[in-house]
Design a protein around this ligand. Structure first.
Ligand code: SF4
Length: 145
């Protein structure tokens, strides 16, 4: 049995390389849903995701992902779903290589910034667990402040 993903790939393989003029109206609609649009040379090209709705992307089989999640998913796909193989990947020239474990190594958070975050979290926690702060907030609200 075909997996849904493989099924979608088969559908795309059916349309790839076809001329728009060779498609029936129903096939054109199916090609559009599958992610194609007419190119300038009479063939089919991929649609522009910048002008597509979330529903149209979902209809193609895509789910909302962050760019990091998308890279990780691509690496897993590249390695047949093996987490271990992605970890051991030696294609160092691949642009995805630094990102393949799901973290952006170019955006390390400094210890100073981490500390600021800890202090903010502690202050928020203290405020939310101190009943007198609620009274102050209620009194301010009652006074219209
Ligand atoms: S980094 Fe490795 S696993 Fe990821 S896409 Fe490139 S070759 Fe494949």
């Amino acid at each position: 049995m075909l997996t849904p993903r493989r099924g979608r790939e088969r559908q795309r393989e059916f349309f790839t390389g076809r001329l728009v003029s060779s498609l029936s109206a129903g096939e054109r609609a199916a090609a559009h849903t599958a992610g194609y649009e007419p190119g300038t040379d009479g063939g089919l090209i991929g649609r522009d995701p910048r002008s597509m709705t979330a529903e149209a992307l979902r209809a193609m089989g895509h789910e909302p992902l962050s760019p990091m999640e998308a890279i990780r998913a691509r690496c897993l796909d590249c390695c047949g779903g093996s987490v271990d193989e992605v970890r051991k990947c030696v294609a160092m020239a691949c642009v995805s290589w630094p990102f393949r474990l799901g973290k952006n190594p170019w955006r390390r958070v400094s210890e100073a910034r981490r500390e600021v975050g800890r202090q903010l979290a502690a202050r928020r926690h203290q405020k939310s667990s101190d009943p007198s702060q609620h009274l102050v907030a209620s009194a301010e609200e009652a006074a219209g402040g």
